[in-house]
Ligand binder design. Structure first.
Ligand SMILES: NC(=O)C1=CN([C@@H]2O[C@H](COP(=O)(O)OP(=O)(O)OC[C@H]3O[C@@H](n4cnc5c(N)ncnc54)[C@H](O)[C@@H]3O)[C@@H](O)[C@H]2O)C=CC1
Ligand SMILES: O=C([O-])CC(=O)C(=O)O
Length: 345
């Protein structure tokens, strides 16, 4: 086994400004990826294998080839230990001792589907995984990628409440891809390096509930014409559909989501390690709006979400699209909550 001292790695952590440690870091962090064999799970796990803040990566999937994915990744020369776990009987082992659980398990869209069309299949997957998290890793920070995120976060939260282990700071919906896309598109328009562009995206993660705050772009977005701003806003809202159409029946965004999931996980890990002022947007429980859950900039700490930063001043256009999104967001959230209530009966 290589020692950490001998093997510094270029990582997502480094790319995003985290301190990288070239010596063994004191805190051992186990991360479990549930759905690790899938289109997102595999590139996400590849990137996490390069994260110096992780000591153990547990890959879980119902797919029988999961131990093979783990064996493959384990040959990469970084110090992260990789284990593979397949089938429900091995889920407990994957979760045991995990401080962070990332969930990309579930069905992706095909052309013509909305994210809400995935609800029936993915709700029971996320419910069952959450039940197992509640019993085997009740203290873990859970990052949910599975769609529809607007409904899956309420499902996990309700399951955790029933199990008596709910901590709202530890159930986080991953919306990072909306921010990544916004930075990319604004960077292209401005002629700026997209890695230096920051655009908060609030609301939720589906269609009109995705609200990019272009007025808060840093550096400012060069578009000033309201029609062009509207076109760009709609492109960001429909960017997932753009990929679904382009993949023509072979799934949705996987590589950009793998990147985004690794970046989000890295923010959680940096918070866990005690770094200050680490922030990303996430779909979380908060009271910024009439919706119980809302995507907003947050900071991370030792317990997951540390602070809800909120979204500050928004312009009239953004206020209008936010109002238009609320009924859909409320409906998505209620659907998740009701699903768990119905399952109880
Ligand atoms: N939050 C976001 O921004 C994004 C979310 N997504 C969502 O992520 C999810 C996964 O997408 P892909 O990886 O492309 O799909 P995929 O079909 O390639 O992979 C899904 C994996 O989940 C596994 N799986 C199914 N049931 C499971 C269970 N009960 N336990 C463990 N694993 C299970 C499958 O075996 C498969 O390996 C979809 O719901 C998709 O809509 C996709 C892109 C962006
Ligand atoms: O569009 C989809 O179904 C997958 C997704 O959430 C995204 O790419 O933003």
């Amino acid at each position: 086994m290589f020692s950490r001292a001998l093997k510094p790695v270029v990582s997502v952590a480094a790319q995003n400004g985290a301190k990288t440690f070239s010596t063994t870091s004191e805190m051992q962090i186990k991360v479990a990826v549930l759905g690790a064999g899938g289109g997102i799970g595999q590139p996400l796990s590849l990137l996490l294998k390069h994260n110096p803040l992780i000591s153990h990566l547990a890959l879980y999937d119902i797919a029988p080839f999961t131990p093979g994915v783990a064996a493959d990744l384990s040959h990469i020369d970084t110090p992260v230990k990789v284990t593979g776990h397949k089938g429900p009987e091995q889920l407990g082992d994957a979760l045991q001792g995990s401080q962070v659980v990332v969930i990309p398990a579930g069905m992706p869209r095909k052309p013509g589907m909305t994210r809400d069309d995935l609800f029936n299949t993915n709700a029971s997957i996320v419910r069952d995984l959450s039940l197992c998290i509640a019993s085997h890793a009740p203290e873990a920070i859970v990052a949910i990628i599975t769609n529809p995120v607007n409904s899956m976060v309420p499902i996990t939260s309700e399951i955790m409440k029933k199990a008596g282990v709910y901590n709202p700071c530890k159930v986080l919906g991953v919306t990072t891809l909306d921010i990544v896309r916004s930075s990319t598109f604004v960077g292209e328009i401005n002629g700026d390096d997209p890695r230096c562009v920051k655009v908060p995206v609030i609301g939720g993660h589906s269609g009109i509930t995705i609200i990019p705050l272009l007025s808060q772009s840093q550096p400012p977005c060069k578009l000033k014409d309201p029609e062009k701003i509207d076109t760009l806003t709609k492109r960001i809202q429909e960017a997932g559909t753009e990929v679904v159409k382009a993949k023509a029946g072979f799934g949705s965004a996987t590589l950009s989501m793998g990147y985004s999931g690794a970046r989000f996980t890295n923010a959680i890990l940096r918070g866990l390690k005690g770094e200050q002022n680490v922030s990303e947007c996430a779909f979380v429980k908060c009271n910024l709006s009439e919706a119980e859950y809302f995507a907003t900039p947050i900071t991370f700490g030792k317990n997951g979400m540390e602070k809800v930063l909120g979204y500050g001043k928004i312009n009239d256009y953004e206020q209008k699209i936010l109002c238009a999104a609320m009924p859909e967001l409320l409906k998505n959230i209620k659907k998740g909550v009701d699903f768990v209530k119905k399952y109880d009966k």
